[in-house]
Design a protein around this ligand. Structure first.
Ligand code: SAH
Length: 571
């Protein structure tokens, strides 16, 4: 819960905007400010105070305990210009919250924690449990001192500015080691514990068995990703509670699925009880991996539980990220976050240039020139298969005439794929032109590099006959100059010469230009590869210099009637 505290009416107005935007996440504290801050500090994970930083410092100072448990505190000034992360930047999530509040109120987030300030992830913000000298190693990273990365388990980490050797080190391990001096241990969620239990098995017996197995094998409980068992045991209290106490999810599989897993120690008892010769080993191994602890039984006189431990294969992470048409503010926040999450970036050199300043120090950039699409797709997938966090970028939306399809055609289900949509050139151009896409529309690429012209022509013809608004991508290059006139001629066979045509070059880029003309008047020589051309349908009109395609004929005929047609079209 986020506690909200304000003193003045301006503060209260901003506070109410937050409360309205996040009704589930926030609680308003009224009354004298001192009491409100103290109550919220005791009851909430985070506070947003619409008060001067000085006032908040004085109020929270006596309440502070330690940074692992204190709430994160963000201050917003009277004018709503700044959202200051004051206390609990990482552990309390105040840095993150300052960004969120800033976004919502249009305030500048102010973050002074060193790692965030220079664009490096805090070691305690990587999403993994950490142990050891977090402050020392973070400082070394910041100061550019050599920090070695030892990955005993390869896992898709965000970029860290690391070297092969150093006085400081970061070790990625699921082993139960203690951190050395000047060392941080990162615990990847690499272990799966399979468990089986007879009805009524006590939670303590299950837990002791699991903890004993991990201890004897020298493994860290903090790397356990999940407990796994058979569907029939999904409600077994001893197993459910053991997962809860370990703080991990319980996943279950059907008996058939488990019966199909090849295990070293099958037995008859579970086969009779739940229909699979192995529960613990099979549930741990069902998604593949290395069996570190074969089935063992609990130590009770009549053993009621079994467990087995598997190290699952690292799954790489491939984010396919659309950068939008060019302007930085048309790059979505999610795309930005994925660019900073990746330790390997793959893309066309000119697109890499567009976002290079956003990358975290230590990001490995694999850029290549025009035409190397297949190679880029293969590289991105190969890096993800090695267990890396990879971002494959494209302009506009990366799935539209771009890298997503060749990459996913290469990929198998051994990596995670995250798609981040982007604003396409067609949408950016439409916004410049007016509302040309108000009714059904298609995009057609006129590049016959990978598609035979007959196919392109058939599609243009179909769009012409179906009276669909068409946006032409890749409309014309030095070597390809007859395709656009040909395509326009096909459309002209079904549309008036006066049909509006919008030409937008470099939409949203500094040298953006646009022209609204007609099918009869368009001069193809003014079109190049930085351009999209949008041709209206038979209902598209030029209105006050803008290109407008009505949402439907009935809609147009009865704009104020409140008729069924009007409602049907309502958003
Ligand atoms: N994935 C991109 C399209 C890549 S194909 C998208 O979703 O938009 C390349 C073609 O897109 C160019 O030849 C041009 O026709 C068009 N294009 C890309 N960016 C553009 C922009 N900012 N303005 C106008 N056209 C653009």
């Amino acid at each position: 819960m986020i506690g909200l505290i304000s003193a003045t009416s301006a503060g209260a107005a901003a506070r109410d905007r937050l409360a309205a935007a996040w009704p589930e996440r926030t609680r308003v504290y009224e009354g004298p400010v001192g009491d409100a801050v103290r109550a919220a500090f005791a009851e909430c994970e985070q506070l947003v105070c619409f008060l001067a930083t000085g006032a908040v410092v004085r109020l929270v100072a006596p309440l502070l305990g330690d940074k692992a448990s204190d709430p994160g505190v963000v201050c917003v000034d009277e004018g709503g210009r700044f959202a200051v992360s004051l206390v609990g930047g990482h552990g309390g999530g105040a840095n993150e919250l300052a960004y969120e509040v800033g976004e919502l109120l249009g305030a500048e987030p102010v973050v002074t924690t060193a790692t965030d300030a220079v664009g490096m992830p805090g070691l305690d913000m990587l999403g993994f449990p950490v142990e050891g000298d977090v402050a020392g190693v973070s400082r070394a990273l910041l100061d550019g001192e050599p920090v070695a990365l030892e990955a005993e388990v390869s896992w898709p980490l965000p970029p860290l500015r690391v070297t092969a050797e150093g006085t400081y080190s970061i070790r990625v391990t699921d082993r139960a080691a203690r951190p050395a001096d000047r060392e941080v241990l990162l615990r990847p969620p690499s272990l799966v514990v399979g468990v089986g239990a007879s009805r009524g098995a006590p939670v303590d017996e299950v837990l002791e068995l699991v903890e004993g197995a991990l201890r004897d094998a020298g493994l860290s409980a903090r790397s356990v990703a999940e407990l796994a068992t058979v569907d029939a045991k999904a409600q077994e209290p001893g197993i459910v509670e053991a997962a809860e106490r370990l703080g991990v999810p319980l996943v279950t599989y059907s008996a058939e699925e488990l019966a199909a897993v090849d295990v070293p120690n099958p037995s008859d008892a579970p086969l009779a009880a739940v229909g699979t010769p192995s529960v613990a080993e099979a549930a741990a191994l069902v998604r593949g991996g290395e069996l570190l602890v074969p089935k063992r039984k609990s130590a009770a006189a009549v053993a009621m539980a079994t467990c087995a431990v598997v190290r699952r294969p690292a799954r790489g992470r491939l984010a396919v990220v659309g950068l939008g048409p060019g302007a930085r503010d048309l790059l979505t926040p999610r795309a930005k976050a994925e660019l900073r999450r990746a330790s390997v970036l793959v893309g066309l050199d000119q697109y890499v240039d567009q976002i290079r300043d956003l990358l975290r120090p230590g990001t490995r950039v694999l850029e290549s020139g025009l035409g190397a699409e297949e190679e880029r797709a293969r590289t991105a997938v190969a890096e993800a298969r090695k267990g890396q966090a990879v971002a494959l970028i494209g302009s506009g939306d990366a799935g539209v005439y771009a890298m997503a399809s060749p990459a996913l055609a290469e990929a198998s289900d051994d990596i995670d794929v995250i798609g981040v949509p982007g604003v396409t050139a067609a949408l950016a151009a439409a916004a410049v032109l007016g509302a040309p896409l108000g009714h059904d529309h298609v995009s057609i690429s006129l590049s016959d590099l990978h598609t035979p012209w007959e196919v392109i022509e058939r599609r243009v013809r179909a769009a012409a006959e179906a009276d669909i608004v068409v946006t032409f991508y890749n409309p014309r290059s030095r070597g390809r100059d007859w395709q656009l006139p040909k395509a326009l001629a096909i459309l002209a066979g079904h549309r008036e010469p006066t049909t509006p045509v919008g030409v937008v070059r470099n939409a949203s880029r500094p040298d953006e230009s646009s022209r609204l003309t007609t099918l009869a008047d368009l001069d193809p020589a003014t079109v190049d590869m930085m351009t999209v051309v949008t041709v209206g349908n038979t209902a598209t009109r030029r209105i006050a210099g803008r290109m407008v395609t009505p949402r439907g004929y009935r809609w147009q005929a009865a704009p104020n009637s409140g008729s069924a047609a009007g409602q049907e079209g309502a958003e």
